[in-house]
Design a protein around this ligand. Structure first.
Ligand code: UTP
Length: 828
């Protein structure tokens, strides 16, 4: 080890550069350390490790991805995915958000890259795509605050959440980790005041109001800055509304912990980060002068004028693009150094008002923001919501938030009252009518009675997925957060007046104010289908035995929901374990292995499907199947009770709504859906494994054969080679926390097998007498004799929905040989 004095002669990584007088510079982290011991500390520290991990991750991403161009503007991620998925499994697609001209396609592994580069004719809608390997870019630390504004990715988020001890803390942490930092909020404020200043100069008397997630209480790091520019000459009798909004805007800014931006952080948020610009006002300067009059200009002309002010006169702004054809014409822009994006709309007082309504909902109950952030994150990782380029086939975040609000209105007792119920307690001054829509609701959340609903967040989250969308026919339902009811289609009586303009789609959510607006009219049928299937999958995760069981080594609780679903199609490698056959037979070792797995570790051996069929064809078999099926049914309901607790699948029934339409209590029994039925059936069958059969017994030479047909033949062949096969279902998480449990049992038991069995039973307490309906994983154990006289075990995970096979197999690697030796030596 080098001494402090000599500055250290030991080679250190290429990230480290020696500096003056024994100091070092870590190029990766841009950090100077004075001497070698400090360097060692730094290299061992979390910050450096995180940077190394990030660099490795980026390198792997680069190796697994290609650069794609040559497609039409407006091409979606989904279209590209369809093309490349046919070559190799696609993990992720990142589009060039500014112009939509190129994309990075990341495959599950690097084979996808070589396979793609070998293809010479990749086309999308007749257009030849250009595909290039990624350029190898050096990984550099980003300057704080610049272009790195986004919530943590799922891996980073799960690393943080794994330390939270309960649901409440986890969901609270999702809010904190996904919200913008104070640094980012400060950047937003600076950008807003810069824009306000410029626009006021050009359009005297105008007002610029932030709306959307900046004010509604659900702001996520990196989200757009939605702005409504109210031009001076439009100010009229409705000015009061906007003044109200202005004061609320101040409230929103000043709330939270009320702290000022920390002076240390301000050091990093330099004004010039916002002001940094190429010289903007150039050629067209003479055409655009402060104090513009808008008299006589059409909306489109005004929009063009605002576009030009933004383009030419706001420092640091680029990528300005006007979309006049949008439902609400919009001007998009980006701030170059901060990476913040913004949308400016005119005439959008409804949006301002609905943002304050969402803010009110967020303030009514602390569970609201926690649920909204979590569901939004889930929808984001599963690419269900948040069209990055504005329009698109996914749900927008506003629509998703309204769905969650609707869900909370439908609990019993309600978590949030419906908008109509809220209106009943609105004060005179809360009355607002915008574009002839009633936008009244109380402004003061403290005037609203706290909810009597005491459901936990975990419970609400699983209900959201489970009793809600997984059982609903989306096409024939309209969710109405104004009344807190679902209208089922077709209308049973004369359609209400708003129905005329309402664009029915595959997913229908009524705007609570602009009643003729379906906020989901853009959603494609593919998205709606994926939304339902992801809800079903999330509901299943919520019911899984590991969902509520804490673990430091595998995803549990909401982490398992927030990680993208990667279990499908990724089959894991197995492991080999070698056990010496000292004076014993392969059969004896195989039986000892079975004993360890079944007796000590509480697994079961699965019967072969052909055997099951055989059993079904005999009367006795049928009876047994029925008995086991009943047990399965009981176990299903037990698990549901266990995990979901006070789950209620029925929505609050409201027979008639305000418009006199018949509405259906939501939550047509989930058991009605095919998916749930199949799931239940499958689990029943899985529950018939009580008297599991050691396949090995049927194939070891000299023993009676149970099986017929193709499978038996395969097994016979294996038997000839003296190979045996067991299929094991693992039911309990017995590999975690053994040491601690074992310590507690020492002294009570002298026999090792007895001790280890007691440890497993203690670890599985609560579930031991009511075996869950679905195993945590299935593994096959292949045993054969090697020329060296060892029993060679190959263990392969076959089903690993909870992604815990790696840990289990790792544990078996040392545990299994020890236990088998113990049994064979006759001590037990
Ligand atoms: P977003 O869907 O962007 O929602 O709509 P958001 O909460 O701001 O989410 P992010 O974080 O920016 O993605 C922005 C606002 O536009 C209005 C609403 O006021 C919403 O808050 N809006 C959107 C509507 O009024 N109607 C719509 O159909 C969509």
């Amino acid at each position: 080890m080098a001494s402090e004095e000599d500055g250290g002669d030991c080679p250190v990584s290429s990230d480290i550069q020696p500096g003056d007088r024994g100091s070092f510079l870590c190029l990766l982290c841009s950090i100077n350390v004075p001497n070698r011991p400090s360097l060692d500390d730094h290299l061992r520290g979390r910050r450096h490790k995180r940077m190394c991990e990030e660099r490795d991750k980026r390198q792997q991403q680069q190796e697994r991805s290609v650069f794609v161009s040559g497609f039409q503007k407006g091409t979606t991620e989904e279209q590209l995915k369809d093309v490349f998925q046919s070559i190799s499994s696609v993990k992720n697609i990142v589009m060039d958000k500014d112009r939509g001209l190129y994309a990075i396609v990341e495959f599950e592994n690097s084979d996808g890259v070589s396979a793609t580069l070998e293809e010479h004719d990749i086309k999308l809608e007749g257009q030849q795509l250009k595909v290039k390997p990624r350029e190898k870019k050096e990984f550099k630390k980003r300057r704080a605050g610049t272009r790195n504004l986004q919530p943590p990715d799922p891996e980073a988020l799960s690393k943080e959440l794994i330390h939270c001890k309960d649901w409440k803390n986890k969901m609270k942490s999702v809010v904190t980790l996904c919200s913008p930092s104070r640094h980012e909020s400060h950047l937003r404020e600076l950008l807003l005041s810069l824009l306000k200043e410029t626009f006021t100069e050009f359009f005297p008397g105008c007002q610029l109001h932030p709306f959307g997630s900046s004010v509604n209480g659900f702001e996520i790091s990196g989200c757009d800055l939605d702005l409504y520019l109210e031009l001076g000459e439009e100010l009229n009798g409705e000015k009061d509304d906007v003044e109200g909004a202005e004061s609320k805007e101040e409230d929103v800014k000043n709330d939270g912990d009320g702290e000022k931006v920390d002076s240390l952080e301000v050091e990093e948020v330099q004004e010039d980060e916002i002001m940094e610009t190429e010289e903007k006002c150039s050629d067209d300067d003479e055409n655009i002068t402060p104090g513009l009059s808008l008299k006589g200009l059409s909306n489109e002309e005004i929009l063009n004028l605002v576009d030009r002010v933004l383009r030419q006169c706001v420092p640091g702004v680029h990528g300005v693009q006007t979309v006049p054809s949008a439902r609400r014409p919009v001007i998009r822009f980006q701030h170059k150094t901060s990476g913040l994006r913004g949308d400016i709309t005119l005439n959008n007082r409804l949006a301002l008002r609905n943002s304050f309504y969402l803010r009110l909902c967020s303030d009514l109950d602390p569970r609201v923001p926690q649920l909204v952030y979590t569901v939004r994150y889930w929808a984001r990782v599963n690419q269900l919501a948040g069209n990055p380029l504005g329009g698109g086939p996914l749900l927008n975040n506003y629509a998703l938030t309204l769905l969650i609000i609707f869900f909370l209105q439908s609990r019993s007792p309600v978590v949030i009252p419906s908008l109509c119920q809220l209106r009943e307690i609105a004060a005179e001054e809360d009355t607002h009518v915008i574009d002839s829509w009633d936008c009244t609701f109380p402004s003061d959340p403290t005037k609203i009675q706290p909810s009597k609903n005491e459901q936990s967040l975990g419970c609400l989250l699983s209900e959201f997925f489970f009793s809600f969308f997984s059982s609903l026919d989306l096409r024939s339902s309209i969710f109405c957060p104004r009344d807190g009811v679902i209208i089922t289609l077709p209308f049973t009586s004369a359609p209400p007046s708003w129905a005329d303009g309402f664009r029915l789609g595959v997913f229908n959510v009524q705007d609570p104010f602009e009643l003729s607006h379906n906020v989901c009219s853009n959603v494609s049928s593919k998205t709606a289908r994926r939304f339902s299937s992801q809800c079903i999958s999330a509901a299943k995760t919520c019911r899984s035995p590991l969902y509520c069981l804490r673990s430091l080594s595998r995803p549990w609780g909401i982490i398992s929901l927030l990680l993208p679903n990667t279990s499908e199609g990724s089959k894991k490698e197995g492991i080999d374990i070698s056990i010496p056959l000292t004076g014993t037979s392969l059969k004896a070792v195989t039986l000892a292995v079975k004993r360890v797995l079944v007796e000590v570790l509480l697994c079961s051996c699965e019967e072969d499907s052909s055997l099951k069929n055989e059993a079904e064809n005999t009367g006795k078999g049928k009876d047994e199947m029925k008995r086991s099926g009943d047990e399965g049914e009981q176990a299903v309901s037990h698990m549901e009770g266990l995990v979901i607790g006070d789950e209620r699948s029925e929505f609050k029934a409201e027979e008639l709504n305000k418009d006199g339409m018949k509405t259906e209590p939501h939550g047509r029994k989930r058991e009605n859906t095919e998916e749930i039925q199949n799931d239940t059936k499958r689990r029943k069958v899985e529950c018939t494994n009580e008297d599991s059969i050691l396949e090995q017994e049927s194939i070891v030479p000299g023993q009676k054969e149970h099986k017929k047909g193709k499978k038996t033949k395969g097994l016979k062949e294996l038997a000839k080679e003296n190979v045996s096969l067991m299929r094991i279902n693992v039911w309990h998480q017995v590999w975690e926390g053994r040491r601690r449990q074992r310590r507690g049992k020492f002294g009570e038991m002298t026999q090792k097998i007895e001790l280890e069995t007691a440890v497993s039973r203690a670890l599985s307490s609560g579930t031991i007498d009511s075996k869950p309906c679905k195993p945590l994983m299935k593994i096959t154990v292949k045993t054969k004799q090697t020329n060296e006289g060892n029993a060679q075990l190959h263990l392969t995970p076959e089903m690993d929905d909870y992604q815990c096979s790696t840990n289990f197999l790792h544990f078996l690697k040392s545990f299994l040989p020890q236990m088998v030796q113990e049994i064979l030596s006759g001590d037990d």
